[in-house]
Every structure is written in C-alpha cells, then in structure tokens.
Design a protein around this ligand. Structure first.
Ligand code: ADP
Length: 331
C-alpha cells in the first residue's frame, strides 16, 4: 500500500492555502487510499525567534484543525512530531549525508535568514538545517508520496537526493519519495499581494484567509483582494495574478477549472462575491467541527497519544536499519 506522509508547521494560524493546497486532499483522498500519516511538525516552529507558550497553543490548535478538516484517526495516523524521537534521531544521520552547500542553496533559508538578521536577531543554525529534519520526517516512514503545495517541492527534492545518496553509499535503506501537489490551488497567493504565497507565518493579516476567520471577515478580505488593472476576467497567472488567484480559489472551492470559470464573469466584483461565498461554504463545516472538538480537548489528546505510539512503531525499524547501515553498533 502506498505510504503517505505530510505535515503542518505551528508557526501561525492555519490558512486557506494550507487547506486547499494540502489538508483537504489529505482528508478527502489520501487517508482513504493510502496508509497515511499526518503530523504537526512542531520542531520546525523553533527555527526562528519563538514564544514557547504560542508554539504550544498553535500546536494544539493545528492538531484540532487537522481533525476538524476531516482526518479520521481510524483511517490515518495523526500525531505531533516531537512526540516521536525517531525524527531527530534520523535527522542527525542525514546531516552526515547532506552537504553544507546544498543547505545554503535552499530557497527558504536564502529568504528567511536575511529577514532574521534585519530584525536584529541571529540566525539559528536550525534554520539552515531544518530541511534535513524535514527529509528525516519523510524518510523515517518509508514514504512514497508527499502531498504538499508546490512551495515544498524543493524540500521533497532534497529528501529524494538524500535517500538516493544514502542508499548508494550504505546500501538500500530508504524509499525514494515524490511530491504530489494538487492540480488546482497548489499555491494560493496572498490576497493583498498576489505575487507572494499566502503563508501563515507572514505578518500581513488582510491578505490571508485563516481557517478560523468568521464568515464576515472572510467576505471582507476577499472583497478587498487586490485585482489587476484591466476589467476583463481572464485566467492569466503571469499577466493577471490577482484575478488568476481568485479564479483558482473559486475553482478549488466549488469545482471546475479556473480557465473555464473565467468565462462566466464579466466583472471583478461578481467574481469576488462568488469566491467569498465559496470560501465561506468550504470553511463552514471545518469551523463547526473545530468548535465541537474544542469542547473535548481530552479526545484530541488521546488521538495524539495513540498516533505517536503508532508512528513510533512504524519509524523505529527504518531508523534502526539506517543506524546499522551507516556503521553504528547495534544497541
Ligand atoms: P506555511 O507556509 O503556511 O507555514 P506549512 O509549511 O505549514 O505552511 O505547510 C503545510 C502545507 O500547506 C504544505 O503542504 C504546504 O505546501 C501547504 N501550503 C502552505 N501554504 C500554501 C499556499 N499558499 N498554497 C498552497 N499550499 C500551501
């Protein structure tokens, strides 16, 4: 059976981008068709200046939202990364396979390191090395497919490279995974800046739709989305990124494809209105279920505890095999 692994990082409130680019498929497709693991990757939230209480709060919220989005612990494994030691254990071995140069070429490091410096802080070493931890997250489970938005392609490529290199040097150990981005909404853009990804860790609230935004807040954000000069509704990602983004969101929420949908509109206003309503409808059941789950935190905790036990059982043999293959004495 295909093994699937993916995760979300508790660095901010989850967004429509997280949902359309990743979580919705996990719930609607992956957990039914594959042996799937979904993880709150909390160790990745420590790579930049962080507030411990906030990370704890956001980790709980992210786990609750994964369940609210429809992940069923009877069908898949939901857990928190730091509860399973195998991730960090394997990460060190992979650091011995990765090179300094390839880490420094990672886009996220090149973007985030100067930002951290500009804020007057030092750049944490983990900001450089976390893609290796991400490779460990994936490789520890013998993962075949990683359903992610297309911002994660480079990270999955690194996991592939490290798997191939490790297997070549030390004998076949790891499955070589591949990224599987969605057909539509693989990169939902910021509504205020449609040339930038809608990212939960960004500061600019008005361009980001959060999964827990009230319907009226969603409507306001979508209606105020930056569109392009011109008035025709055409799907052109390069030339008309604002309108293209709305068409993609609409298509992802109500079905259909962005190009065909563009023909149904002759004004930006009408497109925005329908997009806003479509987003509100998509978020409604997630928000309802989230409210129910918040009333039963013990249930969420039970799911996470059980999920971590299952994940540990799956990862342990793979990571032990890697330790032996690389030359370490069995304990
Ligand atoms: P973020 O950038 O919001 O911190 P994460 O690293 O937690 O995202 O990613 C969780 C999942 O959501 C990943 O599969 C990622 O590719 C996907 N994702 C994040 N932002 C977007 C977006 N704007 N459009 C599509 N998918 C996205």
């Amino acid at each position: 059976m295909t093994r699937v692994f993916s995760g979300v990082k508790p660095t901010g409130h989850l967004t429509l981008g997280n949902y359309l680019g990743a979580m919705r498929r996990w719930a609607e497709v992956d957990q039914h068709q594959a042996d799937a693991l979904f993880c709150v990757v909390d160790l990745h939230a420590l790579t930049v200046d962080h507030d411990p209480a906030r990370v704890r709060r956001l980790s709980r919220q992210a786990a609750t939202l994964l369940l609210a989005a429809g992940l069923d612990p009877e069908l898949c494994t939901v857990f928190v990364q730091s509860h399973v030691d195998e991730h960090a254990r394997l990460s060190y071995l992979l650091e011995c396979v990765a090179s300094d140069g390839e880490m420094r070429r990672m886009i996220q490091y090149k973007e985030k390191a100067p930002r951290e410096q500009a804020r007057g802080g030092s750049v944490r070493l983990s900001l450089l090395t976390y893609p290796v931890l991400m490779a460990a997250d994936i490789l520890a489970y013998g993962t075949h497919e990683v359903p992610v938005g297309d911002d994660q392609t480079q990270h999955v490529e690194l996991a592939r490279d490290l798997a191939v290199r490790f297997n070549h040097r030390y004998g076949h150990t790891f499955v070589v995974p591949k990224a599987t981005p969605p057909k539509v909404a693989a990169r939902v853009m910021n509504l205020q800046d449609p040339t930038a990804k809608m990212g939960k860790s960004d500061d600019s609230g008005p361009g980001i739709v959060y999964l827990l935004d009230e319907p009226d807040v969603v409507r306001k954000k979508v209606m105020r989305a930056v569109t392009d000069s011109g008035r025709e509704v055409v799907y052109d990602r390069e030339g008309r990124p604002g309108v293209a983004n709305l068409l993609e969101i609409l298509a992802a929420c109500q079905g259909g494809n962005p190009e065909a949908l563009s023909g149904a509109y002759d004004s930006y206003g009408a497109l925005k209105k329908d997009t806003a309503e479509a987003v509100v409808e998509v978020l409604r059941p997630v928000q309802e279920r989230h409210r129910e789950l918040c009333a039963d935190p013990a249930y969420v905790e039970r799911v996470l505890r059980r999920g971590a036990e299952k994940a540990r059982e799956m990862a342990r043999p793979m990571v032990d095999a890697a330790y032996r293959a690389i030359g370490l004495l069995p304990a």
